[in-house]
Write a protein that binds this ligand. Structure first.
Ligand code: XMP
Length: 535
């Protein structure tokens, strides 16, 4: 990582955090964000920072403890990511996870060597010392391992606190200095009592007051918006998702009618959704929404377009055009409100790094069009009250603000909506077909109480045709694919094991009730290697 990136990453941090906080130094593990979320679940504010942060910069955040994340490197490799050595002089408790523990051992005069046996996946962990970190943890727990190296010599002052069959040094501790290392990943759900271990570090070792709660956050955020915006006007593009809806509630509470909400109907929403949404906001929440009818112009632009990336770009560009026209018509506005979340901030501020090269990783799998993807030359100042929150925290804030369950629990819905679930060309007729099938799928999921157990469930309309027989007639029509996944954050996902009898109901209803469909398939691929959406 270049120093410019480091500074960029830190610019966004508060000068001195008011809450007790934990700093998580990111060595490139896929679980780093998860550690930050788990600490937040322990009612403690956490910040994810690049591993290269200096002791001086850390002092500015004033954390009560530090967690070193895992990472893909071997700590004895040349060029492997290292810690500013002065961090060990700050007198703060440190928890090293996986690579973080190995780094700790090495930095403090222990040793790390390739393990005799690598361990990946579940391993039974025996706690041999119930130190502060393991207080209240069962003597033997399932843990999640992922390592090829091991601590082979303990640093002075440390003792072994847990082991597995293949790893004699699976956890180490120096209670006196508040230094702990775990070879396993307590942040992963597969580690039994993992959250307890993190809570022990946060509350018992670091003595954090655990005062990060969403009711407090909401009060503070309302106050901050009032102070920042004063009596100026704010524009919010509402999408109907949990982030923009919650933002609308918060801003309306903060500045009342100085908030203008607009909803751009591109024509790619699900059945009845635009009407439902606007009706709810207008009549139930007393928040006025400008309903912008733009269906025809989006469809016109998509004529003959079949490439997924082209579709996304065209929709994104058209969205910006409509947005500009309408904001001029309804304006002028001083501020634009956006539902930017903490992971967006992390990703755009250089935290996604390749620990080997220090380069920022920009893995572009799909160009995600969002209301957030507006060009920088729009002359608005931004209001982003959620830029320190994770998605699950926005849901909690939504509850605090009284956002109804129907919105809070709504499955994620992509910006380009049904246009990327109608595979191939998007036409009015094909959208209508998918809309009907999708309605049946969601209605049945809710009826059978499956909706909440699933991260996302929807239909995809394919452009291929297959032969069928209905009554005595041969049919030659399109299939609908049902996509249902379970996930924690949409980054990885597993296909949902929906009961056969339930799938049977979906298949039979779709084929019988949706004209043009004679076959239903169920997508049984996880992410990776697939993505959740088909385009
Ligand atoms: P994929 O398909 O990449 O999706 O596995 C991961 C999650 O992101 C949602 N998604 C989007 N959300 N704009 C959004 O706001 C988009 O363009 C977009 N594309 C995908 C997807 O529904 C899933 O929850």
């Amino acid at each position: 990582m270049t120093s410019a990136q480091t500074k960029e990453g830190l610019k966004k941090l508060p000068d001195n955090c008011l809450e007790d906080s934990i700093a998580i130094l990111d060595f490139g593990s896929q679980y780093s964000q998860l550690i930050a979320r788990r600490v937040r679940e322990a009612s403690t504010y956490s910040e994810l920072m690049p591993f290269s942060v200096s002791a001086e910069e850390l002092k500015r955040l004033n954390p009560k403890g530090i967690i070193l994340s895992g990472g893909p490197n071997s700590c004895y490799d040349e060029g492997a990511p290292r810690l500013d050595k002065d961090i060990w002089t700050l007198g703060l408790p440190v928890l090293g996870v996986c690579y973080g523990m190995q780094l700790m051992a090495r930095d403090l005069d222990g040793d790390v060597t390739p393990a005799k046996e690598s361990e990946y996946g579940r391993a039974l962990l025996t706690v041999v010392e119930h130190d502060t970190l393991f207080e209240g943890v069962e003597p033997a727990i399932n843990s999640w391992m992922s390592h090829g190296d091991s601590v082979s010599k303990l640093p002075p002052g440390f003792r072994v606190s847990a082991k597995t069959a293949n790893t004699p040094v699976a956890a180490i501790s120096d209670d006196e200095r508040g230094y702990y290392g775990v070879q396993f990943h307590p942040e992963v759900v597969h580690t039994q009592d993992g959250q307890k271990i993190i809570e022990n570090f946060v509350s018992k070792v670091c003595k954090c007051s655990q005062s990060w709660t969403m009711d407090k956050f909401v009060d503070q955020a309302i106050q901050e918006v009032r102070e920042r915006v004063g009596d100026k006007r704010v524009l919010l593009a509402l999408s109907g998702g949990v982030d923009s809806s919650t933002l609308a509630f918060l801003l309306h509470k903060a500045i009342g009618d100085n908030l203008t909400c607009m909803f751009i109907d591109q024509g790619f929403m699900r059945k009845n959704e635009p009407e439902w949404l606007v009706e709810k906001f207008e009549n139930e929440f007393n928040i006025h929404v400008h309903f912008i009818k733009a269906r025809d112009r989006f469809l016109e632009k998509l004529k003959g377009v079949t490439d997924p990336e082209d579709k996304r770009k065209i929709i994104g560009n058209e969205f910006i055009r409509v947005f500009e026209e309408e904001s001029t018509r309804l304006g002028p506005f001083d501020y634009l409100a956006q539902g930017t979340l903490y992971p967006d901030v992390i990703e755009s501020s250089g935290h996604q790094i390749d620990p080997k090269t220090g380069e920022r990783i920009a893995v572009k799998i799909k160009s995600h069009h969002n209301v957030g993807g507006l060009p920088e030359d729009l002359k608005f100042k931004l209001v982003e009250p959620f830029n320190k929150l994770f998605k699950d925290e926005v849901r909690l804030a939504a509850k605090e603000l009284g956002v109804p369950d129907g919105i809070v629990r709504r499955h994620p819905f992509p910006g380009p909506g049904l246009a990327i679930r109608v595979i191939g060309e998007v036409t009015k007729e094909r959208l209508a077909t998918l809309r009907e099938a999708d309605w049946i799928i969601r209605e049945e999921c809710k009826k059978h109480k499956l909706y909440r157990e699933i991260w996302q469930v929807f239909g995809v309309l394919l452009p291929v045709k297959s032969v069928g027989v209905m009554g005595d007639k041969r049919t030659y029509q399109n299939p609908i694919v049902i996509r249902a996944v379970t996930s924690e954050d949409g980054m990885t996902a597993d296909w949902a094991r929906l009961p056969y009898d339930f799938l049977e109901i979906l298949s039979s209803r779709i084929v019988n009730e949706v004209p043009g469909i004679n076959r239903v398939a169920y997508d049984i691929t996880s992410k990776p290697p697939s993505t959740i959406e088909w385009e």
